[in-house]
Every structure is written in structure tokens, then in C-alpha cells.
Design a protein around this ligand. Structure first.
Ligand SMILES: Cc1ncc(COP(=O)(O)O)c(C=O)c1O
Length: 371
């Protein structure tokens, strides 16, 4: 990557960290009484125990910003799915957002918090579609130029949706990682603010707002299941759950043909795989991201791998039981409970329906599993 690009990314990361350190030492500098200082230290210890780049307060602060633009999404229990899975299944309908995916929460929070100077720079993003739509949507709201790089052969409906939102779309690279490489080496040196789809505290805090909405409606879920691409969704959810109800298990799901993040999380080391073999492009990543991997190691209890066939079966049952059309990544959480019926038997489980932007050419194969 060009030095300018590296410097920009490093500056953002340092900015996030220095905000934390500033907060940590500020109690001392005010000359408070020792009791006040002790109380502050205890509360800081609780909140920033592990010095993660995002904490519950960040998510809580993101919530009103997100709700200025987006309505809270529905959380419904679906009896047909509950019967099928042998547990109480609640679906968090992130597929009902204007762009059809949870990522838009992060885009709105990130773009909404840029100052006037930053907005003039324009936005760059790399995506298999939903992060791109999210940025394009938010840029349109706030009047910011937006360029999105997608891999060649990307879901054409998502590409069209990005263009319809007024963003410039570039198709480059054989997969997400190659498209990202192109953005970082060729476009970033020319200028613009690069919004990484995971290594970005504001984005993680923004998507985490869906978990606050969940706990506002359902106080005691046994588990929340979240699909993982690079992990912003599972991190935001885990940060909130650890703060509001640590007993709730946070479970991530990846496709078994694209399990780089699963491997990285398990081994505690970033892993890259040769190819991301899954039709669910929203979770088709070949490597992990530093920030989300660090957070996942602290806030995610478990991870489950599902096959492409299981993703189709889950899409089918969601369609049949709820009449919601979801994309492969969006069905991953339901695929996990259908695979692990014993584990979830009798439990109260929230499945994040993370997105509904199905490439319609996949629909016949989904309907075929019901025959
Ligand atoms: C529908 C859908 N689900 C899940 C994910 C994975 O999200 P994350 O990269 O935050 O793990 C994405 C990513 O864009 C997505 O579009």
C-alpha cells in the first residue's frame, strides 16, 4: 500500500486509541477527591478492562445517531421456525432496513459523524455489496461523494443498488480481498477517506446498535447468533451483550468454505485461506481483520460453521415460515440453529437476519431444497 494510505489508516487507529487513553487519565488530571477517583477508576476498569477499541458507551452513543436516519428493526418470534428448530426462535429483521442489511447502521453512524472538511474528501469503500450500499446510502443522506470497489462478478442486484444510490461503482479483482488490495494500492493514494468494513470503531459501534434494540425488547435471550464476514456485527453485538447481560452467549457463524475468521479466532492468529468458497457473498472473506479479531477474542463465546447447502435450507425455511426473502449470509444464523438442534433445545435464541439482498439467480436452488 502507498505510504499516504498507510499513514491515514494508522492515524485513524491511533485516534481511536488516544481517545481511550485520554478518557482513562482524565479523572486524575481534574484533581478529584480520592473517593471520586477510586469510583471513576473502578468504573473505567469495568468498561475498559481490556482496552478494546470500542466499548458499550460508544454503541450507546451511536444509537441516537443511527435512529435519526433509520427506524429500529422488528424482533419477532416465529412459531413455525421455533417448532422446526426445537427452541424459541426470534428473528431480528435487519433485512427490513432501507438497503436491506444491518451494515447500514455503521455507514450512517460513520458518515454522520464526519466534519465538513472530511465530508469534502469523499468516501472510498470495498465491499461485496452491503457495506457498499450502506456507505452509498449514508453518503447520499449527508451529501458526500462515494466510490465503491466490488469484486468482478459481484451480485448484479447489489451493484445496481449501489449505483442507484448515486455512488461510483468499480468492479476489480477476483474476490473481496483482491478488490480491497486494488482500492488500497490504486485509489487510496489519490485521496478520499477509506472506510474499512471492519477495522473502524464507528462502524462497529453503529452496527452494535441492533443489539441494544434486542435487549430493549427481550431482556433474557440465552444466545444471539450473528453471521461473520469480517466480524463487525458479531463484535458490536458482543460488546453490548457483555455489558448488559454477560450470560447471553454470543455465537458467530461462518460458511465452512470461507472459514478464515473462524480459524483466526480459534487460534488467536490472523489466517488467510486460498479461496472463499461459498455462494453467500456477504460472508465470503479470505482473511480476518485486526480490530474485529481482537474484539471477537473477548466477546464471542463460540463459532459454528455451516455448509452452502445448509444456508439454502435455512433460506428456504425462512421464506416458507416467515415470507422473508433473505440472502445466504442473512440466513447463516438460522442455518446454525437448524444444524445444532441439541445445543439450542428449549433455549431462547435471537438470530440476526443480517440481510435480504439475495442474488435472484440463487432462488431456484433455494426453492429446490424444499421439494
Ligand atoms: C448480509 C450480511 N451478513 C453478514 C455480513 C458480515 O458482516 P461482518 O463483516 O460485519 O461480519 C455481511 C457483510 O457485509 C452482510 O452483508
Amino acid at each position: 500500500m502507498h505510504d499516504g494510505g498507510k499513514r491515514k489508516i494508522a492515524q485513524r487507529a491511533l485516534g481511536a486509541l488516544s481517545e481511550r487513553f485520554h478518557y482513562n487519565i482524565s479523572g486524575k488530571a481534574t484533581g478529584w477527591s480520592s473517593i471520586q477517583y477510586f469510583q471513576q477508576t473502578i468504573s473505567i476498569k469495568r468498561k475498559y478492562k481490556s482496552m478494546l477499541p470500542v466499548c458499550f458507551d460508544d454503541v450507546q452513543n451511536a444509537l441516537p445517531a443511527v435512529h435519526q436516519v433509520l427506524k429500529p428493526t422488528a424482533l419477532y418470534e416465529w412459531p413455525g421456525l421455533s417448532k422446526l428448530a426445537g427452541c424459541q426462535v426470534y428473528l431480528k429483521h435487519e433485512n427490513h432496513h432501507p438497503v436491506g442489511a444491518f451494515k447500514v447502521r455503521g455507514g450512517v453512524h460513520f458518515i454522520g459523524s464526519l466534519n465538513a472538511e472530511e465530508r469534502k474528501e469523499g468516501i472510498l469503500g470495498c465491499s461485496t455489496g452491503n457495506h457498499g450500499q450502506s456507505l452509498a446510502f449514508a453518503c447520499k443522506q449527508f451529501g458526500v461523494d462515494c466510490t465503491i470497489v466490488v469484486p468482478e462478478g459481484n451480485n448484479p442486484d447489489k451493484n445496481e443498488a449501489i449505483r442507484n444510490l448515486g455512488a461510483k461503482l468499480i468492479e476489480q479483482g477476483k474476490d473481496f480481498d483482491a478488490a480491497k488490495e486494488y482500492l488500497e494500492t490504486e485509489l487510496l493514494p489519490l485521496g478520499g477517506i477509506y472506510v474499512h468494513s471492519a477495522n473502524e470503531p464507528k462502524l462497529i459501534a453503529g452496527v452494535g446498535s441492533m443489539a441494544i434494540e434486542i435487549f430493549e425488547e427481550l431482556s433474557d435471550p440465552d444466545a444471539i447468533i450473528v453471521p461473520i464476514g469480517l466480524g463487525s456485527g458479531v463484535c458490536g453485538t458482543g460488546i453490548v451483550a457483555r455489558h448488559l447481560r454477560p450470560e447471553t452467549k454470543i455465537i458467530g457463524v461462518q460458511a465452512n468454505g470461507a472459514d478464515a475468521v473462524y480459524q483466526s479466532w480459534k487460534q488467536g492468529l490472523p489466517k488467510t485461506i486460498e479461496a472463499a468458497n461459498t455462494w453467500a457473498e456477504g460472508i465470503a472473506t479470505r482473511s480476518s481483520a485486526e480490530m474485529t479479531l481482537q474484539i471477537m477474542r473477548e466477546v464471542m463465546d463460540e463459532a459454528i460453521l455451516v455448509s452452502d447447502h445448509e444456508l439454502r435450507i435455512a433460506c428456504y425455511h425462512i421464506l416458507k415460515q416467515t415470507h422473508n426473502l433473505v440472502e445466504g449470509a442473512g440466513a447463516a444464523s438460522v442455518a446454525a440453529i437448524l444444524q445444532q438442534r441439541k445445543k439450542f433445545a428449549g433455549k431462547k435464541v435471537v438470530c440476526i437476519l443480517s440481510g435480504g439482498n439475495l442474488d435472484l439467480k440463487e432462488l431456484p436452488a433455494i426453492l429446490a431444497v424444499g421439494k
